[in-house]
Design a protein around this ligand. Structure first.
Ligand code: ATP
Ligand code: MG
Length: 556
């Protein structure tokens, strides 16, 4: 799974720009709109932008593209800052806001009007659509296109001071209504929107469009490589047109790469927001969400997400990446770094009848099979222990390698035991298994040569602690939940969350730190919940099961 030499075409472009002297320093930016939490696709964009700066000793800005105040909020701004830092990146200087350039952008709009390159248009949205033409048919000039410079200046000032109603006028660039690229057909620069803005308050009643704002912001910040996703490719001529027609201080260039999409996932802030708003998940940071905050609560590590972004590469084609590859990245990280521990999810009492009531033996076990630096843990062995109910059967065939009446099994890190009988309640349900330890089997095979077939996990019933374990699975049970505009709400996996309220954990797990990840032996990888875990009430979330389907299909 070594990274091929160049799975990021942008690195070659930047290297050449530095070689040829087109740029002397690399400045990139990550420009989220604060209208939702960041998702795995944004993690890709973050790793590309911050990664280029890191690789070439440059700088990367965090700039909020806050030109749509209605949908934006301070909560989103804070979450985005936290997510970027958590992923391990630090932006250059203070965070930046498109809104802090509103005065400059307005002055540039005035400049375009003065040069005869922009005009105020009174067409309604419907009329404008009709005038715009189609992909195969040229558009027609707006009847307002020939307004005088002075009239346009007056009207633009009127738009700014709130004189006109929303929707009654827009400012448009005066380019070419017959351009084959629809983006060049006199695009809109400003709309009237009488809404307060989270940063600028009531100052503005007009707001710039993405197209009029983005390149100019890049120019103001001296961005050298403005990296975005492929859907903006057709906007590049417009991006360049503004840069050419304005007295900007620098000349940024736009580059596009393919969006990252993963299977079994929706990654559109609008759709993620509806999952939250409709209560399908507990919030933006629900561990089933593909948001960075959700993945974090689920127990993903920054390193695993960065590694995944690296593995998928940076190319000029859109495609869907198997979500199993993301799952592989976290499994790989935790396999190497997570301490091992035992947790019984579905407890069944086993009474070891040969041990005294007050038997207490402190068994030392390694925290990790190959990482001595992670130390050891203490497992109290007592007369009563719990095992998983699925690990016991009264009788079974040879394929069943767990505990069976009259047969042996090894308790992980401890003795071999042999089951003797079951204890039932009035209704005939098994409430306990009676068993005995096989002497001399701590770290040794039985002397009588009768080896157990399997190993099961266990916890002392008297020295273990109770825990709540939330077993998460994929949120959707369909590979492409929103394909062809289908309703992803219908594709929600009804088993994506199972809450186990009375799991039993070994004592070391009652001293975890919030966000610490573990392998629960034979069960999977779990994380101490970021907010709800405490020693008194331990809460764990399942990050991922042990079985790796991606790696099985992608050997080597
Ligand atoms: P969405 O469509 O998911 O709501 P967006 O593109 O509207 O996302 P922005 O806040 O505008 O979200 O995105 C910030 C940056 O992240 C942009 O440069 C955008 O191109 C990039 N980005 C967004 N989604 C992806 C993705 N799936 N893969 C790679 N980059 C992405
Ligand atoms: Mg966007």
């Amino acid at each position: 799974m070594e990274k091929p030499a160049s799975n990021n075409f942008l690195e070659a472009i930047v290297a050449e720009d530095l070689d040829s002297g087109r740029v002397t320093e690399v400045i990139t930016r990550f420009p989220p709109e604060p209208n939702g939490y960041l998702h795995v696709g944004h993690a890709k964009s973050i790793s590309v932008n911050f990664g280029l700066a890191e690789t070439f000793g440059g700088r990367c800005n965090l700039r909020f593209d806050d030109t749509n105040p209605e949908k934006e909020s301070q909560e989103y701004i804070e979450s985005i800052k936290e997510d970027v830092r958590w992923l391990g990146y630090q932006w250059d200087g203070e965070v930046r806001f498109a809104s802090s350039y509103f005065d400059q952008l307005y002055d540039w709009a005035v400049h375009l009007v003065e040069q005869g390159n922009a005009y105020v248009c009174d067409l309604s949205a419907d009329e404008a659509r009709e005038y715009r033409g189609t992909l195969t048919e040229a558009g027609r000039n707006s009847p307002y296109r020939e307004r005088s410079v002075q009239e346009n200046l007056d009207m633009l000032a009127g738009m700014k001071s709130g004189e006109f109603d929303e929707g009654s006028k827009v400012l448009r660039a005066r380019i070419d209504m017959s351009a084959p690229n629809m983006n060049m057909r006199d695009p809109i620069l400003y709309r009237i929107r009488k809404v307060p803005h989270h940063q600028t308050g009531d100052t503005w009643s007009i707001y710039p469009t993405y197209d009029f704002a983005h390149g100019q912001e890049d120019a103001i910040e001296g961005v050298t490589h403005s990296v975005c996703t492929l859907e903006f490719e057709d906007h590049r001529p417009l991006y360049n047109w503004f840069i050419e027609h304005l007295p900007v201080q620098s000349r940024p260039h736009q580059y596009e790469f393919g969006r990252l999409n993963t299977s079994y996932t929706v990654t559109s802030k609008r759709k993620l927001k509806s999952l939250v708003d409709e209560g399908a998940v507990s919030g933006w940071d629900d561990p089933r969400m593909p948001t960075i905050a959700g993945m974090r609560k689920r127990g993903f590590t920054p390193a695993s997400i960065r590694r995944f972004c690296e593995m998928v590469g940076t190319t000029r084609s859109d495609g869907v990446v198997d979500v199993a590859m993301l799952e592989h990245a976290i499994r790989d990280d935790l396999n190497e770094n997570a301490p091992r521990a035992m947790c019984v999810l579905n407890p069944l009492t086993v009474v070891l009848t040969d041990l005294a009531e007050d038997h207490l033996e402190q068994i030392q076990a390694p925290a990790h099979p190959s990482r001595e630096d992670l130390g050891t843990r203490t497992l109290p062995m007592t007369r009563e222990i719990v095992i998983d109910a699925d690990d016991f059967r009264e009788e079974a065939n040879k394929k069943y390698k767990r505990l069976v009446l009259g047969k042996r099994v090894r308790l992980r890190n401890a003795y071999v035991i042999e089951a003797d009988s079951v204890e039932r309640d009035g209704a005939g349900n098994i409430v306990a298994v009676h068993a005995h330890t096989v002497p001399g089997t701590l770290g040794e095979n039985p002397q009588d040569g009768i080896k157990p077939k399997g190993v099961i996990h266990w916890v002392s019933a008297t020295h273990g602690a109770r825990a709540e374990v939330r077993v998460y699975d994929r949120l959707f049970n369909d590979e492409a939940p929103d394909k062809g505009g289908s309703d992803f709400m219908d594709k929600i996996n009804p088993d994506s969350l199972q809450i186990v309220v009375d799991a039993f954990i070994e004592p070391s797990l009652a001293q975890a730190l919030p966000e610490q990840g573990f392998q629960f032996e034979r069960e999977g990888y779990f994380v101490a919940d970021r907010y709800e875990y405490s020693a008194e009430r331990p809460v764990f979330n399942r990050t991922i099961s042990l079985r790796d389907t991606w790696s099985a299909n992608n050997p080597g």
